[in-house]
Design a protein around this ligand. Structure first.
Ligand SMILES: [Zn+2]
Length: 572
């Protein structure tokens, strides 16, 4: 039975396509695209055929199309919420047209997603691939639209959640006037198994299974085990700081870590500890800014019973707890002057005295201090002791800000993604390309810690099985105005959406909301040639609602509009 198909408007899909010549990028939603000559693709096809043979070339090109169809299937999930399932499905054929593959006309389409049933027939006119194939090889005996078929199979398989195989029953490369394709679940094709080879490695099922086992593997390693001093980073700025740290690790020298807040000073200190011969002994970190001033001395050096009200029992301080190991004094610039004096004495004598105690204890501690303030400045301002600074500043290592090591951003983000996916039981396939670009371009005032927060939020917001997209990382950032496709396919400057543009223009007009409503009502009535029912329909109102609004205006003293002379219906 012939079905009558009508595509829903594709303005939603056209809006996905953005040209950013200034940044050298073209986007389809979150996916980066590229404009490429079909002649270049035809040359690639010819090279593939002669180097790996037709069968392998077909396989490679089919899989390329399949990957592309998988990507576009994501839009079927996102676009057209609340529309019929058939309209959602049409995202694929409509995108395929927008992308320049061919003109796609549905001939027959029956599917039932929960039942896994699918039967589809589509006609392709002007397939670029048939054209390119004929250019290189002349008329051939077998259908040749491999990439396009791969796309149809990939898109439909992702949409249906099972492998749907499309085959060409007519192809313009064989001399037909157009191509015709038929799609069914692979099991329903008598020779389906023979075609599986084109898809198996990329099949959704395989991907899901592989991801599942990755998650399990990550979960088992989730405990913060020692990294053996390993840290992530390949940029020159990072490698320089890391090498300095490696060189000093085996000594007993006091290290001063400097750098902006969030650059990972504690992680550096921990790596230093793990690379030192103290690795088996404790690593103790104390944030000097987080402790109330009156408790700092007791925290660092310990306290004897009854030293002050509330000291009910004797307690070891951080120095004692770190005995044999490494003590990190983070934000050391925040230490009060009294505590600085005591710290200096400990560093000079190598022994501590608990608060309220009379005896001294020997401690063997490797000290690492960290600060994000300029200690020289603090000395000049009288907030930090110069002699203590000399003691601490034996071996300074400056950890670079994240914006100075952009080459590491993706590495770090991918590793954080794996960690947070395991932590939050999420299966996420990666970052969208636009998301990665946004990560590269961000200024990172909060450094690695900020990146960590963004990635964790992204993992929480991204949908199960999907990708972390730019809106999951930066939910409040407006989209940039870009170039897109106009109604006739020409390139035009696009605001974020038509609605936004209209709203912006209205806000800029200086009119009140009431004036704008009045103008829109008059416009609708004029366009309906005075027919109030028709005007109400244009406005999405009922006739009584429109009459009420009109009446309210005239009650407020507005002039009754003069209607344009109406013609009787049917008059020419
Ligand atoms: Zn064809």
């Amino acid at each position: 039975m012939a079905q009558n198909f009508k595509y829903p408007p594709d303005s939603d899909l056209r809006r996905l396509l953005r040209f950013e010549p200034d940044s050298g990028a073209i986007w389809l939603g979150d996916r980066r695209m590229v404009l490429m000559h079909t002649m270049a693709l035809a040359a690639l096809r010819q090279d593939l055929m002669s180097s790996v043979g037709p069968e392998h070339a077909r396989r490679i090109l089919t899989r390329m199309g399949y990957a592309s169809g998988l990507c576009d299937a994501e839009y079927a999930k996102k676009m057209r919420p609340g529309e019929t399932l058939q309209d959602s499905f049409m995202v694929g054929p409509q995108l395929h047209m927008l992308e320049g593959a061919a003109r796609v006309t549905p001939v027959k389409l029956n599917f039932d997603v929960p039942a896994g049933q699918f039967y589809g027939e589509f006609r392709w006119d002007h397939s670029w691939e048939a054209y390119a194939h004929r250019q290189k090889f002349g008329l051939v005996d077998d259908p040749a639209c491999w990439m396009l078929l791969g796309y149809a199979s990939g898109y439909t398989s992702a949409f249906m959640g099972r492998l749907i195989l499309f085959k060409e029953t007519l192809c313009a490369a064989c001399g037909a006037d157009h191509c015709l394709i038929v799609g069914r679940p692979i099991e329903e094709w008598p020779d389906g198994e023979a075609h599986r080879v084109y898809f198996t490695d990329d099949s959704l099922m395989d991907k899901m299974e592989a991801l599942q086992s990755q998650v399990e593997a990550l979960k088992s390693t989730l405990e913060p085990v020692s990294q053996g001093g390993q840290m992530i980073g390949a940029s020159p700025a990072f490698r320089k700081a890391y090498t300095l740290m490696q060189k000093v690790a085996q000594t007993q020298v006091t290290v001063l870590l400097t750098g902006e807040t969030g650059v990972g000073k504690e992680r550096f200190a921990r790596a230093l500890h793990e690379l030192s011969n103290r690795a088996e002994a404790p690593f103790v970190a104390v944030n000097c800014a987080a402790l109330p001033a009156e408790l700092i001395e007791a925290e660092l050096f310990g306290v004897e019973k009854g030293a002050y009200t509330g000291a009910h029992a004797a307690r070891a301080g951080r120095f004692e707890r770190a005995d044999g190991g490494t003590l990190l004094l983070d934000e050391v610039g925040e230490l009060p002057l009294a505590a600085q004096a005591k710290l200096l004495r400990v560093l000079q004598e190598g022994e501590i005295e608990r608060v309220g105690g009379e005896t001294t204890r020997k401690v063997n501690v490797r000290l690492v201090a960290a600060t994000n303030v300029d200690l020289e400045q603090a000395v000049l301002a009288g907030r930090f002791r110069r002699d203590l600074l000399y003691r601490l500043n034996v071996y300074p290592i400056c950890i670079p800000a994240l914006r100075e090591r952009t080459a590491d951003i993706e590495l770090l983000a991918q590793s954080m993604l794996a960690r947070f996916c395991a932590l939050h039981s999420k299966r996420i396939t990666g970052f969208g390309e636009r998301a990665l670009q946004a990560l590269q371009q961000h200024n990172w005032p909060g450094n690695v810690r900020e990146l960590e927060n963004l990635v964790e939020r992204g993992v929480i917001l991204a949908s199960q099985g999907g990708m972390v997209e730019v809106e999951h990382l930066f939910p409040n950032q407006p989209e940039l105005a870009q170039t897109g496709l106009g109604s006739h396919g020409q390139l035009v400057s696009l605001p974020t959406t038509v609605e936004d543009d209209l709203s912006a223009r209205i806000l800029g007009s200086g009119s009140s909301l009431e004036e704008i409503e009045a103008r829109v009502l008059d416009h609708a009535v004029a366009r309906a040639r005075g027919n109030l029912s028709e005007a109400a329909r244009l406005l999405g109102l009922t006739r009584p609602q429109l009459a009420y609004r009109q009446k309210r205006r005239y009650a407020n003293g507005a002039d009754v509009p003069t209607l344009e002379p109406t013609r009787p219906p049917g008059a020419m």
